[in-house]
Every structure is written in structure tokens, then in C-alpha cells.
Design a protein around this ligand. Sequence first.
Ligand code: NAD
Length: 265
Amino acid sequence: MIADHSSQPLNTLISLAGKRALITGAAQGIGAATARRLAEAGADVMLTDINAQAASHTAADIAQQYGTRVVSTHLDVSDTTSIIAAADLCVSTLGGIDIWVNNAGIFPTTGPAIEATDDFLDRLLQVNVRGSFACAREAAQRMNGGVIVNLASTTGFRAAAGISAYVMSKHAVVGMTKSLALEFGSKNIRVVGVAPGPIDTPGVQDQLAPLKAAGLDVGARMSQTLLGRAGQPDDIARVILFLASDLAAWITGEVVVVDAGSLAG
Ligand SMILES: NC(=O)c1ccc[n+]([C@@H]2O[C@H](COP(=O)([O-])OP(=O)(O)OC[C@H]3O[C@@H](n4cnc5c(N)ncnc54)[C@H](O)[C@@H]3O)[C@@H](O)[C@H]2O)c1
């Protein structure tokens, strides 16, 4: 007889009480919004970032709002020693790892593929691809069941000229998510992804600064979605919360597109 889960109350399905979550790149943008929602849902959270000071400020802000444990530490996803140190610190400080969000990523201006240097490619892949893979590996070694959430992108499904290296890195994240789900399922670890469309974050604002300086109405451009507004970090954090919770207990190896329909047409 297959167990019937339908009587489990909704509030316990969405609750992350007793869970321990580590988020990479959590100082700002989607990572910070995710840390906030996971803490609100009851998880103890460790915010990590290459910018430890900024992560510490964000953590202090979140800690003021919610009653869970909110801590922070340095983690550079391009440095495996740093990943291991943060993962071990999460285990020793919060008591374990149930949720790991691979959010840290870079999207530097790339320009024509013909001009991409090897150094540029190495750095992009080191952070977006090797970093996410190494984090997932170190997380899985320390998890006793749980969920790993990878930040992909709509560019993980669709080509885009001018940012081909970034597109390549996010296609890799999609493939990694599905493959690791196959390997980690037997450990009761779900591996899922979120593929955002353009989201108004500090990182994106930095990218758009030259266009703004050239007089383009960037806000209006970002608002040209099917839903008539730009995506916000919390639009993604809500879906990560869903995927991390027991509401998504039977989802693994899937990457959820959250893009106000941009891939639909
Ligand atoms: N914003 C978007 O439009 C968008 C769309 C699709 C996918 N994404 C993905 O979502 C994730 C977050 O994007 P965002 O817009 O919030 O970015 P952001 O630039 O606003 O924030 C990224 C954070 O990651 C940190 N970081 C950078 N390199 C790091 C490293 N080596 N190790 C650890 N931390 C590092 C930064 O310090 C920063 O705090 C990225 O993986 C990005 O590719 C973003």
C-alpha cells in the first residue's frame, strides 16, 4: 500500500522548521531574498558570499526579523577549500545541512564570442559551473537527505548572442541538475533548479549601468514582460522556498522556469 500524504496539513508542508539551509552568494539579490524567505519559513540559515562583510550585514538584517538562527560566513565558490570550510562550519554551527542553494553566479559582459579570452572563460566556468558542482558535491557528502537548489537561467534553455559563455554555463547547470538528481536520489537528496528570466538585482543593475548612462530607460525595458512588470528577487525566492519545502517532495531533476512567460512565446 502506498502511503497517503494528502492528510498532511499545508502549514507543515511549507514549514522549514528544524531545517538547516546554506545559501551561496547570499549578500544581495536573489540569494538574499532566498535567505529571507527560508528564515521566514522557519529554517536556520547560513548566508555565505565572497563578500563576507556584505553577507554579515544582510544576515543581521534578516536575524532581526525572524526567530531562527541566522549566521554568515565567507564562501568563494571558485575555491574548493573555501567551500569545504563553509560546509563544515554549517554542520558545526547549525548542526547539519538540509538545504543548499547554489545561487552564486557571475554574468560579466561578454561581447562577441570571437573576442572571449581563455582567462574570461576560465573564470566564468570556475564560478558558474565548477563552483556549483563542487558545492553540490560537498553538500551531498554532509547531507542526510534534503534538497540542493541550483540557479540556472532562461539562458540555460535558450541561446542568446553576445553572452554565449554565460549561456553555456547555464546550460551546464541544467544538465548538472538533472544528472546529480539521478545520482543523489538514492541518498534521498532532491536536486532541482530554478531558471529565472531577467530579475532586477544589484548585479543586473551593474550590468545595465552603461546602458542607463547612454540614456536607455532600463526600468521600462525590464518591465516589458507578459505580466507588465520587472521580475524581483522575491519572485524567485518564493519558488525556491516551494522547491525546498515538502510541497515539492516528489520533484527532483527538474528546473522550473520563472520568467513571466518570456520562454513561452
Ligand atoms: N538577476 C537575473 O536577471 C538572473 C537571471 C537568471 C539567473 N540568475 C542567476 O541567479 C543568481 C543570482 O543572481 P543575482 O542577479 O542575484 O546576482 P547579484 O550579482 O546581484 O548577486 C550575486 C552575489 O553572488 C556573490 N558572488 C559573486 N561571485 C561569487 C563567488 N565566486 N563565490 C561566492 N559568491 C559570489 C556576489 O558577491 C553577490 O553577493 C546567479 O547565479 C545568476 O546567474 C540571475
